[in-house]
Design a protein. Structure first.
Lengths: 71, 206
């Protein structure tokens, strides 16, 4: 009987020691966002949108912008 | 699919704070909330380094993992945004974020916190694009205009660059391999006329 109580107590004490997965993907609970390329500017053309951003990003490269240095 | 990221070149940042100013101005960010700020190490000591810090739009974002109301989401372009209508201002994201990005406006007396505010990568939030509501809650939506974040585009030395991770990594790589050299440096040809007029003649004169 005593052993049984010890086993039950140990089981109870260790019950909180298991690892809960913390990296499980949680669903977003808020409002759905509108796609950035959905408006009048890109009219749903994702490729055109990504190209516009890539052009803009490349404009940050002064080596390319001015053609001032060897690539 | 693009993965929109920031990168700050500590070799170029001159702590001018134009990024923080551009952000404040673009989104009319209230007093006490700093979506972007410049951090300087060894300030005043020769060799000091500055870096512009905001939300890094982490691929494995800790804020998303800890949010008890699941108000964070990721756009197609890997920009981490949140729904302010859902946020309860608990501050868990602030403790989880390694960059100190989440900001909390004072919402009343006794240090009462308002809803979390952070860098949106100038991509607005879950409201209709260019709507008054979107601007009021999240600021201007430059991404939907086909523009990059104002902080990066305003950066005077182009220390802070934004864009698709592949593109900005290439820009940074070009800088790093060119840095510390002579004629390859940006501006050399403009100022000195190129290698055929400078270094080629150096040998002839000697």
């Amino acid at each position: 009987m005593k052993t049984l109580i010890w086993v039950a107590a140990a089981g109870l004490a260790l019950a909180a020691c298991h690892e809960i997965p913390q990296d499980a993907a949680k669903p977003y609970a808020g409002k759905e966002d509108v796609k950035p390329y959905a408006g009048d500017r890109f009219k749903g053309d994702k490729q055109k949108f990504e190209q516009a951003l890539a052009d803009r990003a490349n404009y940050e490269n002064e080596y390319l912008r001015t053609g001032d240095a060897k690539q | 699919m693009a993965r929109m990221k920031f990168i700050c070149d500590a070799e170029r940042c001159i702590e001018c704070n134009s990024c923080a100013t551009a952000c404040k101005n673009e989104h009319e960010v209230p007093w006490g909330v700093n979506r972007r700020r410049v951090v300087t190490l060894n300030d005043g000591v020769p060799g000091e380094r500055s870096i512009s810090v905001a939300c890094m739009h982490c691929t494995d974002a800790p804020c998303m993992a800890v949010c008890p109301v699941d108000c964070f989401y990721r756009t197609e372009d890997d920009i981490v945004l949140h729904d302010k209508d859902l946020c309860i201002g608990c501050g868990y994201c602030y403790y989880a974020c390694p960059f100190g990005a989440p900001q909390f406006p004072q919402a009343g007396a006794f240090g009462l916190r308002g809803k979390m505010d952070k860098c949106t990568y100038c991509a607005g939030g879950p409201e209709e694009n260019f709507s008054v509501e979107e601007f009021r809650k999240y600021g201007r939506n430059r991404i939907a205009e086909g523009k990059l974040p104002a902080c990066a585009e305003m950066c005077s030395t182009k220390a802070l660059i934004a864009g698709d991770s592949a593109v900005i990594a290439k820009i940074y790589k070009t800088r790093v391999v060119t840095r510390g050299k002579g004629e390859e440096l940006w501006g050399w040809k403009t100022a000195y006329g190129g290698s055929d007029k400078v270094s080629d003649n150096l040998g002839a004169k000697a």
